[in-house]
Design a protein around this ligand. Structure first.
Ligand SMILES: Cc1ncc(COP(=O)(O)O)c(C=O)c1O
Length: 423
């Protein structure tokens, strides 16, 4: 990684050894990369080389990636890649330059029908999770989802930026508030004070942790609270068919006071975004009145084909195998390094370091040792709250996790002069 020299990165592609696939040749997760000067951003280029190991520990030739949110390791699954190629070949086109209210590929309809079965909801697909959220916030603020009465829209402090970004627009349309993370008491007070309240949060947070869905449901039953839950990091990794952390905690019928949003580009392994809707009139609203839905490009055919490939995996026994593999790896990590997230069965872990300079130094050392991790800097919480953030996936080998833990603990001592946990 020194001097911007290309380096080979391998993202633990060995899962395919155990899960034979439909297109024969297995693709690995190696790619050439270049590090941006002064940043830890890596630009990679996929190769077709098959890499089954990361070489001798000190060879510096391979890097194991702990930054991607591909929790089940589906993003380079042969069935998903094949789905994208087949869709393009079938239609000989990437997309039709026409709003989807006028003209749609038949495959898009097929995808929405399959996703409706997986998520047990009415489904609208978007070209990204960001666009799904963009589409929904304006409609929510308008009151059209809450019987024509404008709700007070309450954001969790940690709601994803694709939601928080729209606070000014929401505030222009209705009353808006932000409450502390998972502050159910504050939310209940709002429910008592205002006749119509909508709460906007993530199901599983990208920064770690999750929403107390059952408590939110209790507020919904008691006060009619409307819930908008972005479960981008919760789908696929939970539920019999990968319906997700949030959806699996709701009854068969989602009802008319809940919308669950998600990105198809994380655990799902494809590309695009979805809204899971429980009411026919809500679906009609998005079909007719949502500008980002109607007038921005629908997911392109490669994305649609990839998502169709992922649906097949979601409806097969392989999904459960991968979910169990992920759980096993999270458990192994938790037995090696204690974090605030220990035991929560979610794939994100943050190792608290404190000093920003130390966190950056440790991440750099880890990269040199062959582990690509994220530095978590949190200006909102204040200085001295930095850490090393990791995304554990089903595609990591157990020994990748063990070596990462050993190297991290060693680098912490080397950099700070103290053993973990730092006090
Ligand atoms: C919680 C959450 N919601 C939405 C998005 C946006 O999804 P997409 O990348 O599909 O636009 C992200 C992406 O990081 C996310 O973490």
């Amino acid at each position: 990684m020194e001097n911007g020299m290309p380096q080979q990165i391998t993202d633990a592609g060995r899962l395919s050894e155990q899960y034979p696939n439909s297109v024969g040749e297995i693709q690995d997760r190696s790619y050439r990369c270049r590090q941006e000067p002064g940043l830890m951003t890596v630009h990679g280029h996929s190769t077709t080389r098959r890499a089954w190991g990361k070489g001798p520990p000190d060879s510096r030739s391979d890097v194991i990636d702990f930054v991607r949110s591909s929790y089940l390791g589906l993003d380079n699954h042969p069935a998903i890649v094949a789905g994208a190629i087949e869709a393009i070949e079938a239609h000989r086109s990437l997309h039709w330059p026409r709003g989807r209210t006028r003209l749609n590929f038949d495959l898009l309809e097929e995808l929405e029908e399959l996703l409706a079965e997986i998520f047990r909801a009415r489904i609208r697909v978007f070209s990204s999770g960001m666009l799904a959220n963009l589409s929904a916030m304006l409609v929510l603020a308008s009151g059209q989802l809450t019987g024509g009465k404008k709700p007070v829209v309450v954001f969790d402090q940690y709601a994803h930026i694709s939601l928080a970004y729209q606070k000014p627009v929401v505030a222009e349309g209705t009353r808006m508030a932000t409450i502390a993370h998972n502050d159910i008491d504050a939310l209940e007070r709002m429910c008592r004070e205002y006749p119509v309240v909508a709460y906007v949060c993530d199901g599983v947070y990208s920064v770690g942790g999750c929403s107390p869905i059952m408590k939110l449901r209790q507020l919904q039953e008691r006060y009619g609270l409307f819930l908008y839950i972005d479960d981008a990091h919760g789908i696929s990794i939970f539920g019999h068919q990968g319906e997700g952390f949030a959806r699996s905690q709701f009854p068969q019928a989602l009802g008319d006071r809940t919308i669950i949003a998600a990105s198809l580009a994380k655990g799902f392994g494809a590309s695009g975004g979805v809204l899971m809707l429980g009411a026919a009139d809500h679906e009609a609203l998005f079909r007719r009145n949502s500008i980002p839905y109607a007038l921005s490009m629908a997911p392109n055919l490669a994305a649609v084909g990839a998502a169709l490939g992922s649906c097949k995996i979601h409806c097969s026994a392989e999904l459960g195998q991968r979910q169990r593999r992920l759980a096993q790896r999270i458990d192994l990590f938790d037995r090696r390094i204690a974090t605030a997230e220990q035991g929560n069965s979610l794939p994100t872990r943050t190792i608290t370091i404190g000093s920003e300079a130390n966190a950056v130094a440790i991440a750099r050392e880890l990269l040199d040792c062959g582990f690509y991790t994220l530095v978590k800097l949190c200006p909102a919480v204040g200085r001295g709250s930095a850490g090393i953030r990791l995304r554990i996936t089903a595609q990591h080998e157990l020994r990748d996790i063990e070596q990462l833990c050993d190297s991290t603990l060693k680098q912490i001592v080397k950099t700070t002069g103290k053993p973990y946990p730092l006090r």
